[in-house]
Design a protein around this ligand. Structure first.
Ligand SMILES: Nc1ncnc2c1ncn2[C@@H]1O[C@H](COP(=O)(O)OP(=O)(O)OP(=O)(O)O)[C@@H](O)[C@H]1O
Length: 300
């Protein structure tokens, strides 16, 4: 159809690629005069905290009919070691992807040290080191080449990149496999080389989605040491993990997320409220299933 032709008459057609109408995404607003027990209006969230490493307000993401993140407000204090925990499909990866520029939110804001992220994502990304979950790497490069590439992409000096690459390969126990193609790495080695690529430019904030998945215990302890010293020197770390015990020991703050909402957030001691983080998590999230339905699984 040429630009001169008038638009077709008749009822408007539905565009399958159009984003859902805002009102379809938001939680139902309580109606004035509803009977007792009806949902009450919630107070508007406070404005973004300019001192926080991340200040997230009213973040929403929907995929078709599925609401993955349903109005998250979260402040990650600068210099904190912040754990994000939640059951499978809770929305952790989706939330972190929106906070780090990998996925555009449907609604809401993300501020990094007071600056609105999505109005200038390139500036925001300069402050971040990100270990995304399940993103393909350039795996036809060797481990050494991949880390070097990440440093050069950040505009770093070649000599500094070479020095830091060697340091990172050594610290993450990858030096012997520096010349091996990443495609031939194990899952844990791949995780470590991706972590090294996120660290090379010494970012102010590190966001690590499941950094310990598939990593052996010695390497995991080395990574924990690296992250703890990074936080002691003023950096901020946000990690998502399913390992409650690890989060309780390693992090100073934690948020529990389920069905796209924050159920509890604060210091680890505030959130666990005298119980273990795991017990608190199970209390808040629920979902324990009995194995009764799997009687057929028992050997005779
Ligand atoms: N690109 C996508 N398209 C459709 N649905 C998606 C997409 N990404 C995520 N989802 C859905 O959004 C929900 C949240 O997924 P997400 O990966 O954020 O959860 P998660 O908390 O990181 O889970 P896990 O702990 O299992 O990694 C899930 O129901 C998932 O199926």
């Amino acid at each position: 159809m040429s630009a001169q032709q008038p638009p077709p008459s008749g009822p408007p057609r539905l565009d399958p690629f159009a984003p859902p109408a805002p009102d379809a995404l938001r939680p139902p607003r309580p109606v004035a005069g509803q009977p007792q027990g009806a949902p009450q209006p919630t107070a508007p969230p406070p404005p973004p905290d300019p001192n926080a490493a991340f200040s997230i307000r009213g973040l929403w993401k929907r995929f078709g009919d599925k609401t993955a993140v349903a109005g998250v407000d979260l402040d990650v204090p600068s210099g904190s070691f912040y754990g994000i925990v939640g059951p499978n499909g809770a929305g952790k990866t989706t939330m972190l992807s929106m906070a780090t520029g990998l996925l555009r939110p449907d609604f809401g804001t993300v501020s990094i040290h007071g600056a609105d992220f999505w109005s200038d994502p390139v500036a925001g990304k300069r402050r971040l080191g990100v270990l995304p979950d399940g993103v393909r790497l350039f795996d036809r490069l060797t481990g050494e080449q991949l880390i070097t590439y990440a440093g050069l992409l950040r505009g770093m000096d070649r000599d500094v990149v070479a020095e830091r690459t060697a340091d990172l390969l050594r610290a993450l126990d990858l030096a012997a496999d520096a010349k091996t193609l990443v495609v031939d790495y194990s899952a844990g080695m791949t995780k470590k080389v991706a972590l090294a690529s996120a660290l090379i430019h010494a970012p102010a904030i590190l966001v690590l989605d499941e950094p310990f998945e598939a990593v052996d215990p010695v390497s995991a302890a080395n990574i924990r040491d690296i992250l703890a010293s990074y936080v002691r020197s003023g950096g901020t770390v946000v990690v998502s993990s399913h390992v409650m015990d690890l989060v309780q020991r390693m992090c100073d703050h934690v948020a529990i997320i389920a069905s796209g909402r924050i159920l509890a957030a604060g210091t680890v001691d505030e959130v666990r409220a005298g119980a273990s983080l795991e017990d608190r998590f199970v209390d808040l999230v629920g979902g324990r299933q009995s194995a009764e339905g799997l009687a057929w699984l028992r050997s005779s």
